[in-house]
Design a protein around this ligand. Sequence first.
Ligand SMILES: Nc1ncnc2c1ncn2[C@@H]1O[C@H](COP(=O)(O)OP(=O)(O)OP(=O)(O)O)[C@@H](O)[C@H]1O
Length: 471
Amino acid sequence: MSDIDTEAKVLGKTTKYCLTSTALIITIGNKKPQTVPLHNVIAASYHSDARLLKIAYVIRLTKKGPLHLVHLDGQVEESNAEAAGNLAKTTLEWAYKDVKPNRRLKVLINPHGGVGKGVAIFNKLVEPVFRAAGCILDLIHTTKTGDAYEIAKSLPLPEYDALITVSGDGLIHEVLNGFANHAYPRKALQMPVAPIPTGSGNGLSLNLLGIEDGFDVVAASLNIIKGSPMSVDVFCFTQNGRRTISFMSQAVGLMADVDLGTEDLRWMGDTRFMYGLLRGLIKFKPCNVQLSYKAVEQDKKKMFENLNLRRSKNGSVVPHENQDDNSELPESKIGLDETEGWTTFPEPLLYLYAGKGPYVGRDFMAFPVSLPDDGLIDIVVQSTKNFSRTDVLASFGGAPKGELYWNDSLHYVKAEAYRIKPLSKKGYLSIDGESYPFEEFQVEVLPKLATLLSSHGYYNASFDDATARKK
Ligand SMILES: Nc1ncnc2c1ncn2[C@@H]1O[C@H](COP(=O)(O)OP(=O)(O)OP(=O)(O)O)[C@@H](O)[C@H]1O
């Protein structure tokens, strides 16, 4: 591919455009050339009647700042008209090389997610990006808990390319459960889902976009426009004979108190989780439950090596697999009374955290070696044996980078399934951040059942050798 060039006047300044196979390089007047990766270009067109070259892209204005939408309209001289038309056409083609342009999006906005700014953020920062990219939007504001579930349950699947939530992880939980109860559940769960992070924790967004972009709503919009479908495992959570889909995490003990015990402090944003942790540590109460699991791997070094192996395999791209369209959801493979191959955890535990996707919040990479589709659930168990309040506080400094993983008192297990039996009446149980009865339950992995949009094809979290070398 050879480079394609043209020239136009932007606000009276001569502007040079050079299209390479990976980027559009734009030089306005005497300014430094700006390199816009083709992934960030969302629209390009040439309007011959007005001789206008229109380019839209998202770019950082400062090195670590958020992404911003830029519309660049250039007036083209007669002599450059053909080159400008050619540049616009080829830019658009290359910018959408692997994805369908003009996606049709069902967008669910929770006006009360996080600190309640979802609507304003969507109108100001997100909708203009979708419109610039020519997406076709069908917007709904949720009015109460359960709306998103009902909408997903009866979604006319052929009408949309993706379902978008403007909220936190709670809305995703509802959507996936709505899909699981759709007339065509497998097909519904193939509908790509992606979040615009306006909730408190925004764990899924952090996992898809990474720590730098996880709270950036324009980066999330770009992922929705350009991301590819990625199959992911989800979990079947069974309690009192009822099956629920969990996509991110289950927590009991300290970590559930941190999440659910701080609901009244939503105004704090995600600072409420740190506050909750400190409050929970003052009590430092073991959680009275019996935990058993069907383990597949418990060797931390091996799990870390597997993560690296996977990353090194051509960017760890996880292909999207089409499942049987009209079939039902898979049956549970693991009986509720099965005991063969199961282990009961022998020590008192401060908390159990189990799930998929490295981050559960900005301050906590709970499952650093999690893989989107290994068919396993990562279980973290913090024993209170030989572990004090001071140890928790000291170790939480490294929590955003997943450093807790290497603590000897932290048990890390990859399992096919696990079970919790409460031994007391009172306690919190958090499923994907939502409150569930503190009663006996079992969790089993349902491999590659759901579909997310990802620009990377893997979880974008760096759990690097630096933490391993400390060992
Ligand atoms: N209009 C509404 N009014 C009140 N609650 C709503 C409304 N729409 C949805 N909900 C409920 O709000 C709850 C919280 O939403 P969500 O989890 O998405 O945000 P969050 O809790 O702020 O974020 P996170 O889960 O990332 O911490 C969900 O249970 C959802 O069902």
